[in-house]
Design a protein around this ligand. Structure first.
Ligand code: ZN
Length: 509
C-alpha cells in the first residue's frame, strides 16, 4: 500500500482541487448567470484572483518537494508508469515544477487581468470596437510572455511551446507544424473540389424557423439518449458553448439557440455532450480530485466532443434515428424536411468567417490561421495593432473569404482574452484523434451505424468509456492514440472520413 508521504501528498492535492473546482464554478457563473454590470465584473475578478492566489500558495507549498522526493524514490509507486500512483506523481511533479517557477504576484495579476480582459473583449466584440480591446490583448500577451519566461523553453524551441505545455503536455510549435502540414496539403484541394462541385447538399434544414422552447427540449432529449446524465449535469445557455463544472457528478454544459439554427444548436450541444460524457465517466472513488481521475488534456477532450458531434452526429445513421424525432417535436413545421435534407444540411461545406459555425472540413483551416497568428503574437513578430489586417489577409488566402469587421474577424473567439494562448491546435489534433479512434471502434464493433439508426449509442459510449474515459490522465493524446489504435496519430483517418462522406454528397464519388 502507498506510503505515508504519498497519502499526505494526495490529501493536500485533493484539498487544492476543491478550491480549484470552486473557481471553475465561479467562472461558469460569470459566463452564464452573473449580472454584466461593472460592479459584478470587478468583484468577480477579485474573487477569482483571490482563489488563484490560494491555489498557487497550496501548489507551491514547501511541504510538497520532500513528499514528492520521498515518493519518487519509492520504486513500488512508479514501477508501472500507467498505474494511478505513478500517473499522480508524474502529474504532480509536472505541475509543481511549473507552479514554483511563477511568482505569486504574476499568478494573481494574470487571473485578475484575464478576468477583466474577458469582459472587455465581450463588450468590444458587441460594439465591433477593436481599439478598446487592443490594450487588453496587449496585456494578456505580455503576461503570457512573462509566464513563458518564468517556465523557460529549450534552446531549439520558442515561448509558445511552454504555454502549450500547460494545455497538452509535450506539445511544441514545431510538432504542431509537423502534424498540420500533411493535413493542410490534403485538405486544401479537397475543400476546393467540394466548393467548386456543381452538386451542393440541400440547405433547406438550415432555413426552417423553429420555436426556441421546443429546440431546447429536443436537444436535451437527444443528448440524454446518447448518454449524458442530467441528474449529474446541466445544460444552460451562453454566447459561446462550453463544458465546465466541478467534478464528474456536476458537469455543466452550455449551448445556444437561434430560430433558424437548430442544426447549429444541435451540433454545439452534441459537441459539448461529448466533453460531458468524458467528464461523467472519469475514474471515480479514490481517484476523485486526483490527476489520475482527471481528463488527459485538451486534445483528448476535444477528440471526445468531435467524435460525438461529427462521426456520430453528422452520420446518415444518426439522422435515420433523429429525423422522426424532429417530427415528434416540431410537427408540421418540419413536414417538408426529408431525411436527406437533414443529413445534407448537417454536412454542407461552405468556407465562412466564424470558426464555431464552420463545417467539418474548413474548420481545421480556421485553427491553422489562429495557430500561426498566436505563435507570431507570442514571439513578438506580430503586434496586436497589426492583428486585424493580418487576420484579413489570412482569411482571404486560406478560406477565400473577405472579413467585413473585427467582430466577425479577430475578435470572434474568447481564448486570447482569457489568456489561453497555445490552446487552439488542440482542437484540430482532437479532430484527427476522433477520426482515428472512431475507425478503430468501427473495426471492433462493425454494426455501430446500424445501432445508431435505431437510437442505440451505448456500444459506442461503452467503447469510449473503456478505451478513453476510464483511463483518466494516464496517456496524453499521441500515446493514447498509439495505445488504442495501434498506430501513431495521422491525418489519414480524418481525410478518409471527410472524403468518404462529403464527396458523394457533392456528386464527386
Ligand atoms: Zn470542444
Amino acid at each position: 500500500m502507498p506510503n505515508a508521504d504519498y497519502s499526505s501528498l494526495l490529501e493536500h492535492i485533493r484539498e487544492t482541487s476543491l478550491l480549484d473546482s470552486t473557481a471553475a464554478l465561479l467562472d461558469w457563473d460569470q459566463e452564464t448567470m452573473m449580472p454584466t454590470g461593472g460592479g459584478a465584473v470587478d468583484y468577480r475578478a477579485r474573487q477569482m484572483a483571490q482563489l488563484a492566489k490560494l491555489v498557487h500558495q497550496r501548489n507551491t507549498d514547501p511541504k510538497i518537494e520532500p513528499w514528492l522526493a520521498a515518493c519518487e524514490s519509492d520504486k513500488t509507486l512508479t514501477a508501472d508508469p500507467t498505474c494511478p500512483t505513478a500517473v499522480n506523481l508524474r502529474e504532480i511533479r509536472h505541475q509543481y515544477d511549473r507552479d514554483t517557477k511563477l511568482p505569486a504576484k504574476l499568478v494573481t495579476e494574470f487571473s485578475h487581468t484575464t478576468s477583466l480582459a474577458k469582459h472587455h473583449w465581450a463588450e468590444a466584440r458587441k460594439n465591433n470596437d477593436f481599439a478598446t480591446f487592443e490594450p487588453w490583448l496587449g496585456k494578456t500577451i505580455e503576461l503570457n510572455h512573462q509566464r513563458a519566461r518564468c517556465w523557460g523553453w529549450p534552446e531549439e524551441g520558442e515561448p509558445w511551446d511552454t504555454l502549450a505545455d500547460g494545455f497538452e503536455p509535450g506539445m511544441t510549435a514545431a510538432k504542431v507544424e509537423k502534424i498540420f502540414s500533411p493535413l493542410r496539403d490534403r485538405l486544401t484541394p479537397l475543400i476546393a473540389d467540394l466548393t467548386e462541385a456543381e452538386t451542393r447538399p440541400s440547405d433547406r434544414f438550415n432555413q426552417v424557423k423553429l420555436p426556441l422552447d421546443e429546440q431546447r427540449r429536443f436537444v436535451r432529449e437527444v443528448i440524454a439518449q446518447i448518454g449524458f446524465q442530467f441528474n449529474r449535469g446541466r445544460l444552460d445557455e451562453s454566447t459561446h458553448p462550453f463544458c465546465s463544472g466541478t467534478h464528474r457528478d456536476d458537469v455543466r454544459l452550455t449551448t445556444r439557440f437561434h430560430e433558424t439554427m437548430l442544426n447549429d444548436a444541435l451540433g454545439s450541444t452534441l459537441h459539448e455532450s461529448g466533453h460531458g460524457l468524458y467528464e461523467q465517466n472519469l475514474p471515480d472513488g479514490e481517484h476523485l480530485n486526483t490527476p489520475y481521475g482527471s481528463a488527459a488534456g485538451l486534445a483528448v477532450h476535444e477528440s471526445q466532443s468531435r467524435l460525438i458531434e461529427n462521426q456520430l452526429g453528422r452520420s446518415h445513421a444518426f439522422w435515420t434515428w433523429c429525423h422522426p424525432k424532429l417530427r415528434e417535436y416540431f410537427g408540421t413545421k418540419v413536414a417538408d424536411l426529408s431525411l436527406d435534407d437533414c443529413y445534407q444540411g448537417a454536412n454542407r461545406v461552405t468556407p465562412g468567417l466564424i470558426r464555431v459555425e464552420a463545417d467539418e472540413a474548413t474548420y481545421n483551416l480556421h485553427i491553422m490561421i489562429r495557430f500561426e497568428l498566436e505563435r507570431a503574437l507570442v514571439r513578438g513578430d506580430l503586434s496586436p495593432s497589426d492583428l486585424p489586417g493580418v487576420w484579413q489577409e489570412k482569411y482571404a488566402a486560406y478560406l477565400g473569404v473577405e472579413v467585413p469587421d473585427n467582430a466577425r474577424g479577430c475578435m470572434q473567439d474568447i481564448h486570447w482574452s482569457m489568456g489561453a494562448m497555445g490552446y487552439f491546435p488542440t482542437y484540430t489534433i482532437g479532430t484527427m484523434l476522433a477520426a482515428q479512434l472512431f475507425e478503430t471502434a468501427l473495426e471492433q464493433i462493425p454494426d455501430l451505424f446500424e445501432q445508431f439508426s435505431r437510437g442505440q449509442f451505448d456500444a459506442l459510449t461503452g467503447w469510449l468509456n473503456r478505451n478513453v474515459h476510464r483511463r483518466g490522465r494516464t496517456y496524453y493524446a499521441e500515446e493514447l492514440c498509439e495505445t488504442v489504435t495501434g498506430q501513431p496519430l495521422s491525418a489519414d483517418p480524418l481525410i478518409r472520413h471527410l472524403e468518404n462522406k462529403l464527396k458523394p454528397l457533392h456528386g464527386l464519388a
